[in-house]
Design a protein around this ligand. Structure first.
Ligand SMILES: [Zn+2]
Length: 224
């Protein structure tokens, strides 16, 4: 039995976060996606395909069971292309309660150049730790659950960027997932300014902050 109060609350949360993401220009047009886990059921609420972040409404959001069953909604809309990877991440990790995926330009630019975004601010180190880069699928098409899911098996991974595609942030709430998307975009922008200035001046790679919650993992990466 679906808890309509739970669904109504989650719909309002999702509509507010989608609008914030749109207003900050992290997502234009009808791309990207966001979803949230319901408290009362093994199910999620998700934006359907073809609906912009600025157009989400109580009438057009879809409830999907974790087994993939799409429940009837007021409008007969197509499920999101991203539905499979959203469901896969919720099945893999109980701690993931919300997912935000957007095509924010600075982060996607780095990912499309085949470069991992460096966690170069103290805030990024503390709040994210590392932002893995997931390449296109082998046939050159968009990343699927098969490529995205395993990256999030490590419980410390909170975000990733998809080459030629966009950003994924996960969290306990939609706001937490949205903050990650904002932080990643901000970090990519800062990294671009830093790298451009360094290139102009011909300067060496500057020091990175040496603290944060994922330092062990970072040291391992540096050794690899
Ligand atoms: Zn996308």
């Amino acid at each position: 039995m679906l808890d309509q109060t739970d669904i109504a609350q989650k719909k309002d949360d999702l509509i507010a976060i989608a609008k914030r993401c749109f207003d900050l220009r992290l997502q234009t047009n009808s791309g990207g996606n966001l979803s949230v886990r319901l408290e009362s059921q093994d199910a999620i609420l998700i934006k359907p395909s073809g609906v912009g972040f600025n157009e989400c409404s109580r009438e057009n959001l879809q409830v999907v069971m974790l087994d993939g069953t799409i429940l009837p909604s007021e409008r007969d809309l197509k499920p999101s292309k991203d539905l499979e990877f959203h469901l896969d991440l919720y099945r893999r990790r109980e701690d993931i309660r919300a997912i935000l995926h957007c095509h924010s330009p600075w982060a996607t630019g780095y990912a499309s150049a085949g470069q991992e975004i460096p966690c170069l601010t103290v805030q990024t180190l503390e709040k994210v730790g590392r932002i893995p880069l997931i390449p296109l699928s082998e046939n050159g098409g968009p990343q699927t659950a098969a490529q995205i899911g395993p990256v999030f098996d490590a419980p410390s991974v909170k975000a990733a960027v998809l080459a030629n595609h966009g950003t994924i942030g996960v969290g306990k709430t939609l706001m937490a997932a949205q903050y990650l998307a904002e932080l990643i975009e901000e970090t990519a922008h800062i990294a671009f300014v830093r790298d451009t200035l360094m290139r102009v001046r011909g300067s060496e790679r500057p020091k990175m902050p040496r603290h944060g919650t994922h330092q062990d993992e970072l040291r391992e990466l540096e050794r690899a």
